[in-house]
Ligand binder design. Structure first.
Ligand code: HEM
Length: 383
């Protein structure tokens, strides 16, 4: 039997949020977020060193809203961006607060809204914004079928909450704030998770536990958050709207599904292992010399061992846009989006999941550092 390194017992909690398990949130934010299961009515603080949309535990529902800015002159567009970021900051802070500004949000306690705001690479280049140097659009991948009307964008907002209602209203308020400051809504997308016991990993529509192998604090400091300096509390979100042939995959025998993934559907344990949070042993072999985790298995090809240990923080949601379009909103946070490119190039070449997947939209955004009390998101962009 090959080497196994049992990850810390709290691995599933790590999958839930980068701040909650690692204590990375500052001030009261960390305490409130950690107490989330005991105190469901407490708001998730909007202000903090890092945006709660990354640090708070993953919530059951999400809504993306992407905006474009007008293209006039760099000077005028920078002013518009300042105005949009100011409007978003005020609207998100108010909506997440103990007294949300809309009667439709006032009946069930606070919204438990967490959010993040990011800047697209094209806008950053056009307005010469101070963003991390590796921020760039992704290259095309061979089997992409991307719909530009469902991807990209100048400013990306991800809202997360416990329920669909709060998200719909919050998205309306936040959208109206951004629109009145001059941004045009480009696309929206909603997603959801199954009901999952606290601390356990949610499943995707293929039935697999998704989000198991996420970074611990030390790995997140190295691979997810920016390097020391102005981008330390920022990160980069890679979003892919991936259509899944759910029925086709379900028709495979269970053993084939497990081998395609490299983990058991039933309990999420890597093939050859016994527990979900064991690290997949990509070197282990069967007596006949074949790999226990097959050469084309998803977790082998995505393994950080092929990337000098680089890890991304994956926090995906499922989507359902009608009977013929269901799938995964793949969301991963990383310091350098080239990491996604390297993994995706390996996956495109021979991932056993490929016959069941189609990438239909894509976006990259620099997730800004959090806003301090009385501050505005993105203040340092204009340097
Ligand atoms: C619909 C498409 C996808 C599905 C259904 C899927 C599903 C999964 C599952 C079930 C796991 C194992 C459990 C876990 O560690 O979370 C996993 C691991 C992983 N996936 Fe995916 N995934 C998809 C797309 C992608 C893409 C596009 C990338 C990046 C290019 C990616 C990168 C990874 C990574 C880095 C791991 C962890 C590998 C490890 O550290 O062991 N996945 N995925």
């Amino acid at each position: 039997m090959g080497r196994r390194r049992a990850l810390l017992a709290g691995g599933a909690v790590l999958a839930a949020g980068l701040g909650a398990a690692t204590g990375e949130l500052v001030g009261s934010a960390g305490a409130d977020v950690r107490a989330s299961d005991d105190a469901p009515a407490a708001p998730i603080p909007f202000h903090g060193a890092r945006q709660a949309g990354v640090t708070a535990p993953q919530q059951p529902a999400t809504q993306f809203v992407a905006f474009d800015l007008p293209r006039t002159s760099a000077v005028a567009d920078r002013d518009t961006l300042r105005g949009v970021l100011g409007a978003l900051t005020r609207s998100l802070a108010a909506t997440a607060s103990a007294a949300p500004p809309d009667a439709r949000l006032q009946d069930g306690g606070t919204t438990r809204l967490s959010s993040l705001v990011g800047i697209g690479p094209a806008l950053a280049a056009r307005l010469r914004l101070r963003v991390p140097p590796p921020l760039a659009a992704l290259p095309p991948f061979p089997d992409d079928r991307l719909d530009p009307r469902r991807g990209d964008g100048d400013v990306l907002v991800q809202l997360c909450a416990a329920d669909r209602w709060s998200l719909t209203v919050a998205a309306e308020l936040v959208g109206a704030a951004a629109n009145s400051a001059g941004a045009t809504t480009r696309w929206t997308q909603s997603g959801f998770l199954p009901r999952t016991a606290p601390g356990s990993t949610p499943r995707n529509l293929f039935g697999s536990k998704d989000g198991t192998a996420n970074p611990d604090r030390a790995a997140a400091d190295r691979w997810v958050w920016g390097p020391p300096g102005p981008h330390r509390n920022g990160t980069v979100l890679v979003y892919r709207r991936i259509h899944m042939d759910v029925a086709g995959f379900a028709a495979l025998p269970e053993g084939d599904r497990d081998r395609a993934m490299g983990r058991r559907t039933r309990d999420g344990a890597p093939l050859g292992g016994t527990a979900e949070h064991e690290e997949p042993d990509i070197y282990a072999k069967n007596p006949n010399g074949s790999y226990v985790i097959p050469a084309t298995a998803h977790v082998r090809l995505a393994s950080p061992r092929f990337d000098g240990g680089a890890r991304m923080f994956r926090r995906s949601y499922s989507y359902d846009d009608g009977p013929t379009d269901r799938g995964l909103l793949f969301c991963a946070f990383m310091r350098d989006p080239h990491q996604f490119t390297r993994v995706q190039e390996r996956l495109t070449a021979r991932d056993a999941l490929n016959p069941f997947l189609e990438h239909r939209a894509s976006a990259v955004a620099y997730v800004l550092p959090g806003a301090p009390e009385s501050g505005t998101l993105g203040e340092r962009l204009f340097g």
